[in-house]
Design a protein around this ligand. Sequence first.
Ligand SMILES: [Fe+2]
Ligand SMILES: [Fe+2]
Length: 170
Amino acid sequence: MGILDLLYKEHRLMKRALNVIEVASLHLKQGKEEAIDPMLNSANFLLHFSVGCHQRKEEEIFFPMLHNRGIPTDILEVMHIDHRAAEDYLQDFIVTLIRYEGDEHRLLSALIWKASGYLWFLRHHLEIEESIFFSRARNLFSNKEQGMLLEQFARWEMEHCTYCSWIATA
Ligand SMILES: [Fe+2]
Ligand SMILES: [Fe+2]
């Protein structure tokens, strides 16, 4: 497995969590309160994994490597801006989710609205990364370099993120 396989795999995990949030939103609208648990679990996963790990590895390792291979800074800067915006969307969604769970059920419409905004934004971001950066990176890095990048990711995880270790088995 090379770095791109891992990045695609991490995106798939995030998309799966987004799908869970989408289904949970539908269920909450139908009055199925038990949907709050999977929604909370997925939001929590995205906070730790997407914000706390995946985005940081992209910003600290992957994007600088793309820049070294000629991808302009301003294009990569858009991805950094996207990451900060995705964090804001998620934080806003989680604040509302926690209030809703704490019995503020009048916030249902706001919760659904914030969930859908976050879903739309992150799905769009993942799509852009895959179609513009991941596909291009296949030609920018040899298989050997992709393997070396993978090792850098693994070292980063050992130093910064205990949350990622289960990814290997996901
Ligand atoms: Fe990203
Ligand atoms: Fe990504």
